[in-house]
Design a protein. Structure first.
Length: 385
């Protein structure tokens, strides 16, 4: 299961929110939200201007197959695919679409499929979209953070200490929810979209109490979400201080892990400093990762996420697949949520729209924009739950 060490390669403005007639819309004060450039959605004329340096433009072409002269053409092609699917309600501003194109190396079909998976995530896993206050315990225990500084090659650095997860204090779903929110925050940055993310997972302290709460369903969920549902590019996953029990945990994940993702996982054991610090300077790492930047503290990261909470929930809850009544529905039909429910802070069961029978046939019609993919992929028999 372990990757050989010879595989290790040193890696040395604001926009308006969509107008809604719904008084229960989650966003109350648009000035509270940090946003990206956006186009006028009633036209195809873009006001988006990327702020890439010449070096980043060259790196974008090498790493994500992005050509500076073709960027707007590629965005418009993806927008036309979305507009050609009437049942799909989605943000169509340049900045939003560009992150999905970069995540799939400007493959239109791949980017479109990623958008579909992204927009159904909140319906398939409502348990992961909890109030930000319920995630405070995760950060109070310094379980994860994103460093302000980048790696030697300008990748964003995500630190996760799974040994700090105490099942008595918070669930694994809360860990996943915090990770999703962290990834959603960092992926708004164009540098992160191009250069990617390095994850460092510290398994020190991971024991039976955690392993008993980590089964195949949890493994399948986290792998599917990180690999298939979020517009992120994970470059490398370093695993340090892994024990036999930690190896069992990764063995549970293996059947659900693609070969591409598996090849990015590098196990370094307890003598990891030399290889890890080739890629991430010890000057920016906390003491827990043999760095010299003091003890890891997630408080500042949690405060950033609190400011981002409204924008993130709007991205998920205000969009999705809709029925003839313009209600956002769950494609599986068993835990549907209307637009009114999704956009509120209270996820009650009242007023849910149930998409079954004839309604499901409408949603599962053959798509004219991607060779029948929507019909095939969103068959209820392919549920990941």
């Amino acid at each position: 299961m372990r990757n050989k060490m010879d595989k290790v390669k040193p890696i040395g403005a604001n926009h308006p929110m969509p107008i809604s007639n719904n008084d229960n819309l989650l966003i109350e004060n648009e000035s509270d939200i940090i946003m990206e450039p956006i186009i006028n959605k009633t036209t195809t004329t873009t006001t988006f201007a990327t702020r890439l340096t010449p070096e980043l433009i060259m790196r974008a072409e090498m790493e994500v197959n992005e050509k500076d002269a073709w960027r707007l053409r590629d965005i418009e092609a993806l927008r036309e695919m979305i507009q050609g699917e009437p049942s799909l309600k989605c943000r169509q501003d340049d900045a939003f679409l560009l992150r999905f194109l970069r995540a799939r190396r400007f493959d239109y079909d791949g980017a479109f499929r990623l958008i579909c998976d992204y927009l159904t995530l909140k319906c398939r896993h409502q348990e992961l979209f909890m109030p930000i206050e319920q995630l405070k315990c995760v950060f109070d225990d310094n379980t994860m953070t994103v460093l302000d500084d980048r790696s030697n090659q300008d990748e964003t650095i995500f630190l996760l200490r799974l040994g700090q997860w105490s099942p008595r204090r918070f669930s694994f779903d809360q860990v996943i929810a915090a990770a999703i929110m962290s990834m959603e925050y960092v992926i708004r940055d164009e540098v992160t979209q191009i250069n990617g993310i390095i994850c460092v997972i510290d398994m020190a302290g991971f024991g039976w109490s955690q392993l008993r709460k980590f089964g195949p369903s949890q493994a399948k969920k986290i792998v599917h979400i990180m690999d298939k549902c979020l517009p992120i590019r994970i470059k490398t996953i370093y695993v340090i201080n892994e024990s036999t029990l930690a190896d069992i945990g990764f063995a549970i994940m293996r059947p659900f892990t693609s070969e591409e993702l598996h090849d990015k996982i590098i196990f370094l054991g307890s003598n990891y400093s030399q290889i890890l610090h080739q890629n991430i300077s010890s000057e920016i790492l906390p003491n827990q990762f043999n760095g010299r930047c003091g003890s890891m503290n997630s408080d500042s990261w949690y405060k950033k996420l609190c400011l981002f909470d409204k924008e993130m929930k709007h991205n998920f809850f205000a969009y999705g697949f809709i029925d003839d009544n313009n209600m956002i529905i769950d494609l599986r039909g068993d835990r549907c949520t209307s637009a009114n429910i999704c956009r509120s802070n209270n996820h009650s069961n009242s007023g849910n729209y149930i998409a079954t029978g004839a309604d499901m046939k409408t949603i599962f019609r053959k798509s004219q924009t991607c060779n029948g993919y929507l019909f095939d992929y969103y068959n209820t028999t392919t549920s990941i739950d």
